[in-house]
Design a protein. Structure first.
Length: 374
């Protein structure tokens, strides 16, 4: 019944003359029924708005209307990944891999029937690309690289079947910008030249005319301008996503991180508070809220936030290490030298944290000089 209601939510707009232009464009570019494209767009809007259960029901109804499109299982992949990315953790690793395996199986079954080549390649590229990112986050760099190459092959397959599909330009833009940025900053890598402006222009084209990934292009532009040091310009893009998707936890976390880099600590705290209003169980936000409080010299509050963060389950080793390091800084700011040293040592013990090592050396030098005691 819930799935039927989800279908009815967009059914009145399915007449071809009532469809918005992006749905018509997507249908033409991919060789799909524009009503199906519009249904996918509506489901993705739910994901961007963080209406995860509604999105699942919607995509299930969509696949019931258009069987063999793999939308139910691919939507599960997207939801499980979004939930983990909101906390930068792996809480739902088992559920995610189950969904990804099912999506692959559904897409293999779909490919057994001729037609929809561009769509199936697009979804396969999506599934493989997410697997690559997830595997890389878990430290499986060789496997992640293999998956990335497979995803690129699928992108090229989609491009061959639908050469006018604009969303693929986002992958081109990310490649041109970030390969340029990385190789320019690392002389050990082969020269690629500076294609950053080309990459930005390609991302902007997708943000303006994309079929499915306009908000992702917007966030990509924010990260790219952030990397180039144009923080104010980066902030305009996170603000654009906030206006359209105010409850999107990932964008709000990025906004808080960006504001902290800009030393706009009060604004950063506002964004962190918005995350907690939407999802009180979010743990990652306590790190960034604690850091903003620390940098704005609200030390007691910072300590509370960082302690809350460190008490959370599912923290990765480097996350826990950084939590101890920042808590050590908070204690040091409060002139609580013994507690600061304890936190720094915990960070070093976990993963050899370089910043914590330097902080320990600094405290020991001050102790030898008689400036502090602990």
């Amino acid at each position: 019944m819930t799935a039927l209601l989800a279908a009815l939510a967009w059914a009145p707009c399915l007449a071809a003359d009532a469809l918005p232009q992006p749905a018509l464009d997507g249908g033409k570019q991919l060789g799909l029924d524009p009503r199906f494209v519009y249904g996918v767009q509506q489901g993705l809007e739910m994901l961007y708005l963080r209406r995860y259960e509604g999105a699942r029901d919607h995509f299930a109804a969509l696949e019931a209307e258009w069987p063999g499109t793999a939308m139910r299982s691919v939507a599960d992949v997207l939801v499980w990944q979004a939930l983990m990315m909101e906390n930068f953790d792996f809480r739902y690793d088992k559920q995610y891999w189950t969904a990804s395996k099912m999506a692959r199986a559904d897409l293999d079954a779909a490919r057994a029937t001729p037609g929809n080549d561009a769509w199936e390649a697009l979804l396969y590229a999506t599934v493989l690309g997410i697997e690559s990112i997830h595997t890389m986050r878990q430290g499986g760099y060789v496997s992640a690289l293999k998956l990335a190459f497979q995803a690129m092959d699928e992108i090229e397959g989609c491009r061959a079947a639908a050469p006018g599909f604009v969303d693929l330009t986002l992958a081109d833009g990310l490649y041109n910008y970030w390969r340029s940025a990385v190789t320019m900053h690392n002389k050990m890598l082969p020269d690629f030249g500076d294609h950053r402006q080309q990459g930005l222009a390609q991302m902007q084209a997708v943000e303006a005319t994309g079929v499915f990934v306009r908000p992702m292009a917007t966030l990509s532009l924010a990260f790219s301008y952030w990397e180039s040091g144009e923080l104010s310009k980066a902030a305009t893009y996170t603000a654009k996503n906030r206006a359209a998707y105010p409850d999107n936890v990932i964008n709000n976390l990025v906004s808080g991180m960006l504001f902290t880099s800009m030393r706009r600590y009060d604004d950063a705290i506002v964004q962190c508070d918005r995350v907690l209003a939407v999802d009180p169980k979010n743990t990652r936000v306590h790190y960034w809220r604690g850091l903003a409080l620390l940098k704005s010299n609200r030390v007691p509050e910072a300590k509370t936030e960082l302690q809350t963060y460190l008490a959370a389950p599912h923290l990765e080793l480097d996350q826990r290490s950084y939590g101890h390091y920042r808590l050590g800084q908070a204690h040091e700011r409060a002139k609580e030298w013994t507690q600061a040293m304890e936190q720094y040592r915990l960070a070093v013990k976990l993963d050899g944290h370089k910043g914590a090592k330097a902080a320990i050396d600094d405290l020991e030098e001050k102790k030898k000089a008689g400036a502090i005691t602990y």
